[in-house]
Design a protein around this ligand. Sequence first.
Ligand code: ADP
Ligand code: MG
Length: 291
Amino acid sequence: ATPTALVAGTGAAAKAGILIRDIEALERAHRVDCVVFDKTGTLTEGRPAITDVFTLGVDGDETIRLAASVQSSSEHPLARAFAAAATARGVTIAPVSEFRAVVGRGVVGTVGGRTIAVGNPAMMADLGVDLRLFETERARLAAAGRTVVAVARDREALGLVALADAIRPEAADAVARLHAASVATRLLTGDNRRAAEAVATALGLDAFAAEVSPQDKLAEIGRLRSTGLIVAMVGDGVNDAPALASADVGIAMGSGADVAMESAGITLMRPDPRLVPAALEIARATWSKIR
Ligand code: ADP
Ligand code: MG
């Protein structure tokens, strides 16, 4: 009866849009008691829009032109917001050379012979860009729950760009269903503290950690597991791949990066956070028939 129950269980999951890789993933999924969510693209739509552009001594359109040019080589959800802003402002994207993405931090490239960087304050600190003149405005925008990135030309800060990303409408229901099944919920994000807090509060998550690098996401999963919790990690991005691979159960949002899906035991075919409690429910029901 065991293989029959397994086939029926994974079949029911597939019908619901949940791909379970193997019996190990199913076995671990039925014991999960803590779910860790990535924020951008997982609990939020991953379609951020630019809400504010703040510059000092430089034109806002020029700042967006340079930033959007570098972002045109990026696959990060934030990058698309820059393309939309460039179109809205009627500025033309310039060619970029020597592009590189710093996972969980931002992007850098050469535009018209100058080095243009777009990224978070940690990235700007690495590049030796002084953001002190922008600190009051950065704090104000972050306090409003915005994702805030800076744009720099060579070592000079040109301005700040604030972005907002809507919470997925299904996310609250997903969290409530996990709590009803006595599963703890946590948020782990590379974004700033206030943006993380806004999402955690809106959804009633048990805990959150912000400004977490991909390596720190991995370490946090390890720390949670070492307390005896059976941990599922849900993510969509390149930055989530190490954490997905190291969790007891990695759950990739199918709309995300290929590397996220390759690192996960479970893949969700639709970007619907409710498929997370559904996957755990199916795993529990299936496992109870196998034993
Ligand atoms: P999350 O953990 O929420 O999915 P990421 O780790 O992908 O977020 O990104 C963390 C932070 O790094 C972002 O909030 C942003 O500040 C910065 N960042 C990452 N990629 C980019 C990019 N292409 N352009 C600008 N900033 C970026
Ligand atoms: Mg993400």
